[in-house]
Design a protein around this ligand. Structure first.
Ligand code: CUA
Length: 341
């Protein structure tokens, strides 16, 4: 319940999920198409229902002529041509506008070029979280891996800073959908898909996995943080560094040893340490993320401890098991994790 309240407060305070409030060229194109198709459909509805209602009123059975039939029509070339040509024309117009939108939405990925401020990211859908591998930015090869929060630079007038996403899946089908930034694109096992994002608005854009993928599908939330290029580049430079190593004697140093001594390392990676797992989210800069459990709860000390204690209570069905550690060991590991900025 608390999670839901946090999410609702978050969504209402900072962001909406409406396709009618587009913030990117492809989302704008999708909204225009939606309005046009809804308009054409509404027009047809009004005409058909209007004729129906007119006929019901005008040709209702009259008591005087009980038993008589209306005039019967056996084949009328003009009527048949009319009801074939009109729908064919409507479908033809819809094909043209849908094709134009498809071109806008499915922009082919270019090659990375130095100086173009273009970002390439591989997105991997997992049950039930998102992995982001920052491949290249501005022509530079990166080695940045993060989770659940996609950061990207904002475009300014005359300077496009698009993000090209390659969508993959580690398990089942998922679907990447940030309504204000574009349509849905599926993440299919063994079949990489492409998607692109671009916006001239800074801020947080929320989304949701849009393909049923198991127990926690509804909690596979998407967060896209759009920042000024300088801010984004600062974040990216920090993400590229290995994890900070706590000084000997600090509580975090004890925590680090406890963490590395547990089976955490089988699933999680902390760059710069022997933890090299790849099943769960990369924790190298865990605290640079605003939420835990794919957007479910704010990422703070208290929630982190709750999560470690029993992930199944926070996110029932999730693939992280509860470890039977002592309260002291939990505290030590949390002491270490909160230093991973
Ligand atoms: Cu992933 Cu639904």
């Amino acid at each position: 319940m608390l999670n839901l309240l946090v999410l609702l407060a978050d969504a209402s305070a900072t962001e909406n999920l409406s396709i009618f409030d587009p913030a990117s060229p492809s989302a704008l194109s999708i909204r225009s198409l939606s309005i046009l198709v809804a308009g054409i459909s509404a027009f047809i509805f009004v005409i058909v229902e209007g004729v129906l209602l007119y006929c019901v009123a005008r040709f209702r059975r009259r008591t005087a002529k009980r038993g008589s039939e209306p005039p019967q029509v056996y084949g009328s070339t003009s009527i048949e041509i009319a009801w074939t040509v009109a729908p064919a024309l409507i479908v033809f117009i819809l094909v043209l506008v849908v094709t134009r939108t498809l071109w806008d939405v499915n922009r082919p990925h270019p090659k990375p070029v130095a100086g173009d401020q273009t970002l390439f990211v591989t997105v991997i859908g997992h049950q039930w979280w998102w992995e982001y591998i920052y491949e290249t930015y501005d022509g530079q090869t990166l080695g940045v891996v993060t989770a659940n929060e996609l950061r990207m630079p904002v475009s300014s007038p005359g300077v496009d800073r698009p993000v090209y996403l390659t969508l993959k899946s580690a398990d089942v089908c998922h679907s990447f959908w940030v309504p204000r930034l574009g349509g849905k694109t599926d993440l299919i096992p063994g079949h990489p898909n492409e998607h692109w994002l671009q916006t001239d608005k800074t801020g947080l854009f929320l989304g949701q996995c849009a393909e049923y993928c198991g127990t926690q599908h509804a909690n596979m939330l998407l967060r896209v943080v759009v920042e000024e290029p300088a801010e984004f580049e600062r974040w990216l430079a920090n993400e590229a560094k290995p994890a900070v190593e706590p000084a000997a004697g600090e509580p975090a140093a004890t925590g680090r040893a406890t963490f590395l001594g547990q089976s955490c390392v089988n699933c999680h990676r902390v760059r710069g340490t022997p933890a090299r797992g790849s099943v769960g989210p990369d924790l190298t800069h865990l605290m640079s993320r605003q939420t835990l459990a794919s957007g479910m709860v704010p990422n703070d000390r208290e929630n982190l401890r709750k999560w470690l204690l029993n992930p199944q209570q926070v996110k029932p069905g999730c693939l992280m098991p509860a470890f039977g550690l002592t309260p002291r060991e939990f505290d030590q590991i949390v002491d270490y994790l909160v230093t991973l900025r």
